[in-house]
Write a protein that binds this ligand. Structure first.
Ligand SMILES: NC(=O)C1=CN([C@@H]2O[C@H](COP(=O)(O)OP(=O)(O)OC[C@H]3O[C@@H](n4cnc5c(N)ncnc54)[C@H](O)[C@@H]3O)[C@@H](O)[C@H]2O)C=CC1
Ligand SMILES: O=C(O)CCC(=O)C(=O)O
Length: 547
């Protein structure tokens, strides 16, 4: 059974698939301060939060069982992603599930700002019939600058067009072609400042976007411009905004998000030209059900099928691509494990990965992580997973290099891994043969053809008659059955290798006897875990059995 902790008032309907699943115990708590959460987090395998719960490094240190943190929403700025990644915890979110809610809230805020609806409501409901103080402006024929043309920015732009607005969009990923298709103009920030009557923000809060609306930007805007921020507090410098409103240069602002939440700053809250909502962008029945349902389903996928779709700290790929890569992923894991054993179990000093043929066209990031995890798992066991493997390599100071090559090396697909420490290098080449499955086709400089199996014996010997017989009969004496045997050499009478698949483990006594055979230079027992099953999921699911 997996225990899931749900905080922050997540929709109960959206959680139904988790609650009704026999493998999950779902427990709800209100939003708790970190100190309270620390006391209980150690019991849980998954945590579902909205934006109020702060998932800090300190909290994660106490989260011994935690495999997944799910943000029922888009922004993950309340979660310490780096700390989660270092701990190998998957962070997922629900991108897109609250897009419509945030879009409609943005338009509601823009219209409310233009027509001073909150101010008029307050006065009217207080008993005053004031028809003079609330003359507004129309959106029709006005210019709207949209900063951040992602999911929400795009939907806002589409709807604002129906009001007859001219749209200027700024986003590093906005192409001329997409802008044309949307019927908007691709603009620079300066153009947005110079021409917009309304400016709405739809970017995440990053080092690049923090304070993007500051004194300097405001000084370039048209007099009477109005701002809407339903994205993240901090993108607009609140002090600069208040200054510009107080001088009359900026006509007003509609804010759903704040530098500090809950907002208490009277300069914002009591300003007659600023309207505010308490971070309500995603607060619709529909959006809350959708975000909760999306992350619940994703948690089940992760624990039951080891399939990760919306991880913030993992490469993204479609289910189709994941399925296509599955046989290579298994092989990548296996050759990673073999390479480190062939390097005489030393820690790697340098890693080189080369992809050829069909693999060149694939998104190989997951494949690379899998290979690297295969290598590191030998020493780090289940503390390494696909989430933290790059961080751990960096921490260990092990450089890795990935190359995609146009040539095909004689196979439709081929990957080659070289793991080095000082003068020693272990090199393994592998392919997936159409209809025949995975094959290891190269060990160091030798060509071979070995189907990866759990128990392998690698022998380096002189290429002289009788070696195969001697090795075979010695193993027979120890009642060890040989599954397959492959030999490889680079020249007649030189050095050669033998790779045998075995039905059971070899003890050190057998290895010792083998090395006494005349002409046999080296014998090494190798073991691969995950031969029959492969999981790309959390660490506990992929225990590596070390030799
Ligand atoms: N108020 C609320 O309750 C809600 C707020 N949000 C927030 O709205 C924001 C947008 O969400 P989505 O559209 O779903 O995200 P998204 O990821 O689809 O779009 C964000 C866009 O911002 C662009 N961007 C990043 N840096 C930029 C920069 N320096 N200048 C211009 N564009 C930049 C990106 O290229 C991307 O296209 C996020 O911050 C999200 O957390 C989302 C839902 C509800
Ligand atoms: O969960 C919420 O209400 C906040 C939504 C939000 O800000 C987001 O999804 O980024």
């Amino acid at each position: 059974m997996y225990k899931v902790l749900v905080t922050d008032g997540i929709s109960q309907t959206g959680l139904e698939c988790l609650v009704n699943h026999p493998n999950y115990i779902v427990e709800r708590q209100p939003t708790l301060p970190v100190e309270e959460l620390i006391k209980i987090i150690g019991e849980y395998d998954a945590l579902i939060v909205r934006s109020q719960t702060k998932v800090t490094e300190e909290l994660l240190q106490a989260a011994d069982r935690l495999k997944v943190i799910a943000r029922a929403g888009v922004g993950v700025d309340n979660i310490d992603i780096s700390a989660a990644t270092r701990k190998g915890i998957i962070v997922i979110n629900a991108p897109g599930a609250n897009t419509i809610a945030a879009t409609e809230h943005t338009l509601a805020m823009m219209l409310s700002l233009a027509r001073k609806i909150p101010q008029a409501h307050q006065k009217t409901s207080g008993g005053e019939w004031d028809r003079n103080s609330f003359k507004g402006v129309e959106l029709y024929k006005k210019t709207l600058g949209v900063i951040g043309m992602g999911k929400i920015g795009t939907e806002v732009a589409k709807r604002a067009k129906s009001f007859g607005m001219n749209i200027l969009g700024f986003d590093p990923y906005l192409t001329e072609e997409r802008a044309k298709k949307l019927g908007i103009k691709k603009a620079s920030l300066d153009l947005i400042a110079a021409e917009s009557d309304f400016i709405t923000i739809h970017t995440p809060l990053t080092n690049n976007t923090r304070g993007i609306i500051n004194d300097e930007f405001l000084s370039k805007t048209k007099k009477g411009v109005r701002f809407v921020n339903c994205a993240r507090g901090g993108i607009i410098d609140e002090k600069a905004l208040v200054r510009a409103i107080n001088t009359g240069h900026v006509a007003g602002a509609a804010l759903d998000v704040f530098e500090k939440e809950p907002v208490t700053d009277p300069e914002l809250l009591q300003n007659p030209n600023i309207i505010v909502t308490p971070h309500l962008g995603a607060s619709t029945v529909e959006a809350q059900e959708k975000v909760a349902e999306e992350v619940s389903k994703e948690i089940i996928e992760i624990f039951e099928k080891q399939s990760i779709q919306n991880a913030v700290n993992m490469p993204q790929m479609s289910g189709e691509t994941q399925a296509k890569l599955q046989p290579y992923l298994l092989l990548a894991d296996q050759i990673g494990q073999l390479a480190i054993q062939l390097l005489k179990k030393q820690a790697p000093g340098k890693i080189e990965i080369n992809y050829y043929g069909d693999l060149v066209d694939e998104d190989t990031e997951l494949l690379t992580r899998t290979l690297l995890r295969g290598i590191l798992s030998y020493h780090l066991s289940d503390s390494v997973n696909l989430i933290n493997v790059l961080h751990l390599l960096k921490e260990q100071g092990v450089p890795y290099n990935v190359q995609k090559n146009a040539t095909n090396k004689g196979f439709a697909n081929y990957m080659e891994l070289a793991v080095s420490q000082g003068e020693d290098t272990a090199r393994i080449g592998a392919t997936v043969l159409n209809g025949y499955g995975a094959r290891i086709v190269k060990i160091n400089q030798y060509r071979i053809d070995v189907k990866p199996e759990k128990y392998l014996l690698y022998i380096k010997h002189q290429d002289v008659p009788g070696m195969i017989g001697k090795v075979g009969s010695l193993l027979g004496n120890f009642y060890i059955n040989i599954g397959t045997m492959q030999v490889g050499r680079t020249e007649v009478g030189g050095e050669a290798i033998m790779v045998l698949t075995l039905d059971k483990e070899l003890g050190t006594d057998v290895i010792r006897e083998l090395t006494l055979i005349d002409g046999l230079e080296e014998a090494q027992f190798l073991e691969i875990s995950n031969v029959d099953s492969f999981h790309a999921g959390p660490a506990e699911k992929q225990k590596v059995e070390t030799v």
